[in-house]
Design a binder for this molecule. Sequence first.
Ligand SMILES: [Zn+2]
Length: 204
Amino acid sequence: MKKLILIFFAAIYFLSACTTKPKPKTIENLKAAYKLELEESAKYAAFAKKTRDEGMGRLAVLFQTVSKANKVYAYNCRNELEKLGVKPDSISPVFQVKSTIDNLNDAIKNETDKFTEIYPQYIDEAHKEKALEASKVFEWIKNSKMDRSVFYVDAIQSIQNKTTNAFYTLYLICPVCGSIYYPVNAPDICSICGTNKQKFIPEG
Ligand SMILES: [Zn+2]
């Protein structure tokens, strides 16, 4: 019985340490990620418009899908901030729109920087502060971004091969983590967060 009581109090202590301990670095990173992902969402929406203006309506759907998926990332960061009692800052996106091919190359570089440097650092710092939920959100964003290069590479190849008229026009977005799939090879459950395919949102 004594042992059970001890375990009970240890569990209470652990839970309260996780929820009440100040998490300054995690809060700073969640704010930065929220801002980053909302700005990126606006940028990809502008890329979609540019691609449409260049007569590649099918490729524009990819940028449009990425723009929406980034809003899921931003929503998840805002949600974590609210759980920690913090209101996110407002944003005013500033970005540059180039040609579609340059935008695609920028997207590859940009996403690669996020999953190789920025988000691994955020995950590490969240772990140190025992902010497990925030760490999970950062992990989802990092892993989801790793999978995105495939779409950009396919799009670049279609421009080079002059086959943009036959490019994909439909994608599936996981509403929980923001991962994107081609419908033809979407898994039964999201490979990043485990959400059932039935809940994926079609975009296109
Ligand atoms: Zn998911």
